[in-house]
Design a protein around this ligand. Sequence first.
Ligand code: MN
Length: 136
Amino acid sequence: MTHEKTAATDPPLILIAEDNERNTRLLTEMLTANGYRVCTADDGPRALAAARSLQPHLILMDLQLPKLDGVTITRSLKAASETAHIPIIAVTAQAMNEHRTSMLDAGCWCYITKPVSYRPLLEAVAGALRDSGVPA
Ligand code: MN
């Protein structure tokens, strides 16, 4: 895939909200290999705080996070003017159809299923960034 960057623009920053270390490492590798910058949060309150303070261009949101679930976090972010514009991609376990629907209702741009594979992840990320006007 082509991934052109202008020297004047930093690569998009992606917040990975995920409590499983192995998944975080995998997602980090896939995204940084494609030139994205990443930051991480391993529970719900940290994800909320990171989204507010770091203003990432995109969030990958695990559905099940300690202390606050992904739907609750997404609703909070979408309800606040300083974070409402940030596209959120839900990352869900295979068997959780009703949760996926509530993630989309809460304002997620799309969802991808675990185990996350390379091409669907990158296509979703590129699509969400393009849709929100972030230069690739
Ligand atoms: Mn989890």
